[in-house]
Design a protein around this ligand. Sequence first.
Ligand SMILES: Cc1ncc(COP(=O)(O)O)c(C=O)c1O
Length: 392
Amino acid sequence: MAIDLDRIRAETPGVADVAHFNNAGAALMPAPVLDAQIEHLKLEARIGGYEAAAAAKDRCEAVYGSVGRLIGAAPEEVALVENATVAWDMAFYAMKFAKGDRILTAEAEYAANYIAYLQVAKRVGAVVETIPSTSAGEVDTAALEAMIDERVKLISITHIPTNGGLVNPAAAIGRIAKAHGITYLLDACQAVGQMPVDVEEIGCDMLSATGRKFLRGPRGTGFLYVRKPLLESLEPPMIDLFAAEWVAPDEYRLRPDARRFENWENNYAARLGLGAAVDYALDLGLDAIWERVRQLAAGLRQALGAMPGVVLRDIGAVQCGIVTFTKEGVAADRIKAALSEKGINVSVSRPSSTLLDATRRGLPPVVRASVHYYNDEAEIERLLQAVSAIKE
Ligand SMILES: Cc1ncc(COP(=O)(O)O)c(C=O)c1O
């Protein structure tokens, strides 16, 4: 089904105010997402927070099913948490590493993840190793295969990095992980919502994602997927009386499902907003979304690439809706500020967010213009004209 742009823009109040190309930061929420939250907040104010949660119990429960449908998982394999970092940390720190265990990751790995690897390396003597990239820029799966031995405890990569259009070959990596029985953790934070992501097709054992980016959900929402057989063997790094039941004075019992990674208190309005965002994306269809995102991004890249002084910074054989560039003689922050004055939102991606990749490629801070399906061609034209008008 093709995207009905008129309907979608009519349902996106923010497009009246801004040309929003910061979808990799936080996308504009559609009206149903906004309404779901506001209605629940009003209900909380009217009848009480616990009472409102009880009244919305079925709809809150349905969010697990929606997220499951989005990524091809069972509802019991889904935990709803505050953000992608909490989701990822819960999964990563639940693993038991020992001295000499190898963690294999990608060059374009997200800083927060890499910092966690370094902490575990410091604590227990695990070894962090980076899988080389192909000349096109994505994870080199042949190189990965050659790195495998019995000491590899985890393959952990970012599907789409924070700093550019690269899409890593998540499913090809999954086939290697599966063939060798190695646990595979996928950071799909920038992928979910802009492209089809299916945990069976990819073959990951754990996956983390956020609500506010390409899913168009509320801030402060995220989720974790953990494959059922692995779930039972993972003890979350932090637990409370929701994750586990206190069954005897000196004994607790963990929940059997992925909710062992959650805790008791939650922002139910935001959860309902996340559910509405997932349903909205499912209703449009991830294939249609992905097609339009790629088409808009490809057009933007082509036009920026033809602009004097502009250098495109995206790598990878498959590229997504995140378009990064620099302009000779103009700092990325100045470009962002100049665009902001014209009601155009972009962000700046700094080397420290993806240090290995940025160092290898000698990247300065880059402008990140991330499109989404609700952007239209007129907005892209505005962005192009505004970038072109910025002089040294
Ligand atoms: C690749 C990647 N992983 C994880 C995160 C963290 O997501 P959150 O801010 O929801 O914790 C980000 C945020 O930009 C990201 O780009």
